[in-house]
Write a protein of this length. Structure first.
Length: 129
């Protein structure tokens, strides 16, 4: 249904460092840079599925949306654990430790973090242990 998601950030180099580390735990890598304006991530080029960029409206600062978050599919529960640990080690904040969330689905294993800009991100694995 979705092709890609873009997040506005105030500090592109800081966001690149954070997402370079965090997304590699899920098998994604930075595939494209548009000068100092934006970067795109995905599994392989040209599948740019996730973007970070300067605000599209330069008259207003980038800001995390309250109530929204972005979830990345993880290949394993170990990848969810690595995603969370790497987020915290790279300047992110804890928004929910790795674990089962049976209220969503019996095998819903997820972790949540805030990136350095305050965006809530999640990694989920549906596979049984």
């Amino acid at each position: 249904m979705l092709d890609h998601i873009s997040l506005g950030v105030t500090d592109v180099p800081r966001a690149r460092a954070f997402y370079d580390a965090v997304l590699q735990t899920l098998g994604y890598k930075r595939l494209f840079d548009h000068e100092e304006f934006a970067s795109a991530y995905g599994p392989v080029a040209p599948q740019f599925q996730f973007w970070i960029c300067q605000p599209l409206d330069p008259s207003r600062p980038a800001a995390a949306c309250n109530g929204s978050h972005f979830c990345f599919r993880a290949p394993s529960r170990a990848a969810v654990d690595a995603f969370h640990a790497t987020a915290l080690a790279n300047g992110g904040g804890d928004a929910g430790a790795p674990g089962l969330r049976p209220e969503y689905m019996e095998t819903y294993y997820a972790a949540y973090a805030f990136d350095p800009e305050g965006h809530k991100i999640e990694a989920v694995c549906y596979a049984p242990e």
